[in-house]
Structure formats: C-alpha cells, structure tokens
Design a binder for this molecule. Structure first.
Ligand SMILES: [Zn+2]
Length: 390
C-alpha cells in the first residue's frame, strides 16, 4: 500500500521516494505526495526525477504515476515535486466548494449536491434544483464572510456508529469500512471528505459565482472562481453590466426594472404586430390569373403560423399563395390548390436565383433566404413563375 503523504501534510510538495514498481510509463513509489484525485477534484501533476508526471490514480490500495518516457528501475531513490501552484489552486477550490455548498444549502435546506468538479480550468457544483440569483447572491455573501473570518479547517476521524455522525454532511451508503474522515470548517460546516484542504479559510481569498447554467436532468451547474481569478471575473462581469446599463440609458439601481419594462413592451409590440399581420392577411385581395386567385405579400413577421394557416385555407379553396415572411432573414412559403402550379419546382428555381434553400411537395414548399433586403424582388420572381404556370 502506497504511503499517502498528502494525508499527513497537505502542503508537502517536494519529497524523496523510492521506486517500488515500474510498468512501462506507470510507476509506483513507496510513498507519495501526489494526490490521485477524488471527490470531483482532478489529480496532481508535477515531476519525478526530472520527468513529467501527467496522471496519477489509484490502483487498488496503491497509487500509480504516469511518467511518459521514464527510464527508472525498481530501487531508484528520486526527488519528486508536485506542481504546487496548480495543486494549491485545487485545494483552495475544493475547500471553497465545501463553503459554497454549505452557503447554498442555508438558502434552501432541501438542496442536494449531484456532482462536484474541481480543475484548474473549471470549478463547479451541480445542485439538484434551480435557485434564484438573489438567493445565490446571499449565499455568496455568506461564503465570503466565512472566508474573511479566517476559520480553521480541521480533520478528524469518526466511527460510522458514532451518534455525532448525524451532525455530518455525509452519504453514508458511499462510505466503505467503519471509519469516516470528517472535515470541519470552524463551526460553520462539517462534511465527510477524504480530499485535500487548506488549513484556514482566508487562504481562499474570494469566492465568486460566475455563472449558473442548466445541467439537463441533473439540475443546475453553479460555476465559481476563487482568489484573484474570482476578483477579476467579478470586475469583468461588473463592467460588462455597466456597459449594458449605459447602452440602455438606465442607472445601476434601476436596470432590472428597465429591462423588465423593455421585455414587457417588446411582448406587447409582438402581440400587436401579430394581430395586425393576421388582419392584413384576412383582407388580402387576390390577383386572378386565368380564373385562379393568387394571393401574395411580403409579411413583416418572424412568426409564420398565421401565414401557414392562410396558405392551408386558400389552397383548400383552389387558390395559390406566395408569401415572404421578413425578419432578420426571409422565410418563403408557396402553396397551391391548382395542379398547374408546382410549388416544389418554383421554390427551387427561386431559391437558386436568390441564394436560399428549401424544399417541399408540389402543393406546398417552403424555404429561407439570407438577404432580407431582397424580399420584394424575391416575391415578384416567385409570382412571375406562378403566372407563367397558370
Ligand atoms: Zn473536501
């Protein structure tokens, strides 16, 4: 069994060890300060005897190190160095995760943790339910109070049968054996964990939640940054928000209300536009070509439903429709209740002319074209082809 030096001293980064097994790139030492990862935290990297360590993992009760290209032999004694900046960031991130989850849990006692991920590039917890941003902000304020209070982080071993175990955040079914390593953060948090932690909370510097995103069926991922990265991220985000506030002509204290009003106005305008479009479509007069009514128009909408409905109705009456819905791009629809008009072919010819794409059947076809300024031109070309067919 490899002696796990990181359990005795989480701050040990340089050590001497003896090689006890070499299997190609993978080597085993008599003792190691390389943390093999666990609890969502990625493993350490560094060097052994001047060769890079790219991966560390458990193999049964032993720990193996991947050292590509090594030329070691069993019995070699070597100096080993953990990449300390990287490892210290992971330790701080991991301890911050304990504090952050505790803080979120105070906002919602039913909250459960689904997954933890701590790497140099990305740190997040997945929680099983959504939480409004105001509550997350309160949790982050509390977490930073825990950091600035500089609470001690201590480790103890408890028996699974100890009545005190009820005070520990733990998934008992996941614990093998009878003993549980318990990590206390002052009197704020107590969790079962066998990972590596910092000794005092102030080492973390800052905890900043930088985003909350859906994690699908798992719930929501709460991404966070620590230390200087947390401060930088917070400032960058603050200045982006200030840019938006400036663009809106609002004030920082009013911006949430301003955006809510804008959303409301936008919804109202969309509703009005939709009913105006429906009214204009209802009163649309056809051009009659050899006895067949041909309805055509450029419609200023991104909602094609009322246009589709009209196409269906006029087609059933034996008419022909050609519509171009204009928003950022163009959506084109052609429907025909007259066998002389082949919608699929007319659409294909028109799309080829205007650089668009689409498809369909002889009685209905639809497509899209990129250039919104060409709406009238495109409609005229399509109607000309319909006239020729009739
Ligand atoms: Zn932990």
């Amino acid at each position: 069994m490899t002696e796990e030096l990181f359990r005795q001293d989480g701050y040990l980064s340089e050590f001497e060890a003896q090689i006890v097994e070499v299997k190609g790139d993978w080597i085993k030492l008599d003792g190691t300060a390389f943390y093999p990862g666990g609890g969502g935290q990625v493993c350490d990297t560094g060097n052994i005897g001047g060769f890079k360590v790219t991966e560390v993992k458990y193999e049964g009760e032993d720990i193996v190190h991947k050292v590509p290209g090594n030329e070691f032999k069993v019995g070699d004694r070597l100096w080993c160095g953990v990449d300390w900046d990287r490892r210290y960031d992971l330790m701080k991130g991991h301890t911050a995760e304990h504090i952050l989850f505790n803080s979120l849990h105070r906002q919602d006692p039913d909250l459960e943790i689904v997954k933890i991920y701590i790497s140099p590039e990305s740190k997040y917890v997945i929680i099983d339910r959504d939480m409004p941003l105001e509550k997350i902000a309160d949790a982050v304020r509390f977490a930073n109070k825990v950091v600035s209070d500089n609470l001690p982080v201590t480790k103890s071993v408890m028996s699974k049968d100890d009545p005190e175990i009820s005070t520990v955040r733990i998934k008992l079914e996941r614990i093998e054996g009878n003993e549980v390593t318990v990590v206390d953060i002052g009197d704020v948090d107590r969790a079962a964990c066998s990972g590596v932690h910092v000794m005092e909370t102030s080492e973390i510097g800052t905890i900043f939640v930088s985003r909350k995103v859906s994690a699908g069926k798992d719930g929501f991922a709460v991404h966070f940054e620590i230390g200087d990265n947390g401060k930088t991220e917070a400032m960058d985000l603050a200045y982006r928000c200030m840019q938006i506030i400036d663009d809106l002509g609002s004030k920082p204290e009013d911006v949430i209300k301003t955006v809510a009003n804008m959303k409301h106005e936008l919804e109202e305008s969309r509703r009005q536009l939709k009913s105006a479009v429906a009214a204009s479509l209802r009163s649309l007069e056809p051009e009659v070509v050899n006895g067949t009514p041909v309805y055509s128009a450029v419609v200023p909408t991104s909602d094609k439903t009322p246009v589709m409905d009209l196409c269906e109705k006029r087609k059933a009456e034996g008419g022909v429709c050609a519509f171009v819905c204009k928003s950022q791009t163009l959506m084109v629809m052609i429907a025909s209740g007259n066998r002389s008009v082949d919608c699929k072919r007319i659409l294909a010819d028109t799309m080829a002319e205007f650089g668009g794409r689409g498809g369909g059947k002889p009685d209905f076809a639809q497509g899209g074209a990129p250039d919104a300024d060409k709406a009238d031109e495109l409609l005229s070309a399509m109607v000309a082809r319909i006239r020729q067919s009739l």
